[in-house]
Design a binder for this molecule. Structure first.
Ligand code: RB5
Length: 148
């Protein structure tokens, strides 16, 4: 799979761990930064990753900041993005099964590497269930279009 990954400084170390894991699993990774633990602004990196995903250069996105909240707010502003903030595997599974999430978000200051890797594995190995969930996802797009 092709996965675009991004973080701010607070998510940098976890991003590196996840990147190593995914590369060992033979996934193709696009790392749009940041590239050190020096303080940066998470919206810049979140938006760079979303741009790659919307341009179909990647199948999924993984974004990490301190809490995951800032990255979630940024990612979900873009049409067609369903970003899920997950700190345990059950949420990651449901995010795929019911929400067809295309972006996984985690807080680097909240969870350890082991938990994060389990979350990533679950997210990438779970398929969307479709059916009534498809209707609900389509409804999100319809309703947000109406408010513009
Ligand atoms: C950075 O200090 C922190 O605010 C950021 O990583 C993130 O948690 C924002 O939501």
């Amino acid at each position: 799979m092709k996965i675009v990954i991004a973080s701010d400084h607070a998510g940098f170390f976890l991003k590196e761990k996840i990147k190593d894991f995914l590369q060992k699993e033979n996934h193709e990774i696009i790392d749009v930064g940041c590239h050190s633990h020096v303080s940066v602004d998470y919206p810049e990196y979140g938006a760079k990753a979303i741009e790659k995903l919307l341009n179909k250069e990647a199948d999924y996105g993984i974004l990490i900041c301190g809490t995951g909240i800032g990255m979630s707010i940024v990612a979900n502003r873009f049409k067609g993005i369903r970003a899920a903030l997950c700190h345990e595997p059950f949420s990651a599974k449901m995010a795929r099964l019911h929400n067809n999430a295309n972006v996984l978000i985690m807080g680097g200051r909240l969870i350890g590497d082991g938990m994060a890797i389990e979350i990533v594995k679950t997210f990438l190995s779970t398929d969307f269930e479709g059916g009534r969930h498809e209707r609900r996802i389509n409804l999100i797009e319809e309703l947000t279009d109406k408010l513009k």
